[in-house]
Design a protein around this ligand. Structure first.
Ligand SMILES: Nc1ncnc2c1ncn2[C@@H]1O[C@H](COP(=O)(O)OP(=O)(O)OP(=O)(O)O)[C@@H](O)[C@H]1O
Ligand SMILES: [Mg+2]
Length: 208
């Protein structure tokens, strides 16, 4: 059986990732694909427990980074790799680009540390296990903040200052510039309809 494809969606808090992911799942299901929708941090029973800690508990910055990759390892081993091997398509709300954006860009930790952790968790003989396609939903801070306003109790990351979110956004755009073959930046400040027209075109190209 053909290996399934791995798609991740990324972007700052409130950019519209979950909204677009839900749409994308329906769009791809209508193409008779078997899909697995999941998220990080999380996606497994243990990973969801780590998510609660990561989003709520104060901790050393290195601990945060290590827990992210611990949760990711569990997610890859238990869910993502078995699903892909069975020919399922995996759609993941955040993956390693988010770690580069938040822990390196936002928190300011050294990129080299993450390269080590990434290699440990995602490294294989033929190279890194990475998404086949990553969609970054990009919005200015004011837009994401307006979208989040009043809709939820903010978590530890969402409560950070504006300059933190600016650094996260900049780090995402830098990742996109460094990985043009894998990452597509979508202008998510537009209407849902316009974004979904672009997504449909992109998916149709990707399905070929
Ligand atoms: N293009 C859009 N135009 C207008 N509103 C939008 C658009 N995209 C998303 N929204 C709204 O903005 C809010 C945040 O969207 P969503 O929860 O999908 O963001 P998210 O990126 O998943 O956020 P988080 O990182 O916190 O999970 C929701 O209320 C959603 O309905
Ligand atoms: Mg979301």
């Amino acid at each position: 059986m053909l290996r399934g494809r791995f798609i991740s969606v990324e972007g700052i808090d409130g950019a519209g990732k979950s909204t677009q992911l839900t749409w994308l799942v329906q769009y791809l299901q209508s193409r008779q694909l078997v899909l697995r929708q999941t998220r990080e941090p999380g996606g497994t029973a243990l990973g969801e427990k780590l998510r609660v800690l990561l989003l709520n508990d104060e901790m050393h910055l290195d601990t945060e980074a290590l827990l992210m990759f611990a949760a990711r390892n569990e997610h890859l081993q238990q869910v993502i790799l078995p699903a892909l091997a069975q020919g399922e398509w995996v759609l993941c709300d955040r993956f390693t680009d988010a770690t580069y954006a938040y822990q390196c860009g936002g928190r300011g930790l050294a990129v080299e540390r993450f390269a080590t952790l990434e290699q440990w968790v995602q490294g294989r003989e033929h190279g890194l296990i990475e998404p086949d396609l990553t969609l970054i939903f990009d919005v200015p801070l004011e837009v994401s903040q307006a979208r989040m306003a009043g809709t939820r109790v903010l978590d530890r990351f969402e409560r950070e200052q504006a300059d933190f979110h600016s650094r996260v956004r900049a780090a995402y755009l830098q990742r996109a510039a460094q990985n043009p073959q894998r990452i597509r930046v979508i202008d998510a400040s537009r209407s849902l309809e316009l974004i979904q027209t672009e997504l449909a075109q992109l998916m149709d190209e990707f399905l070929v």
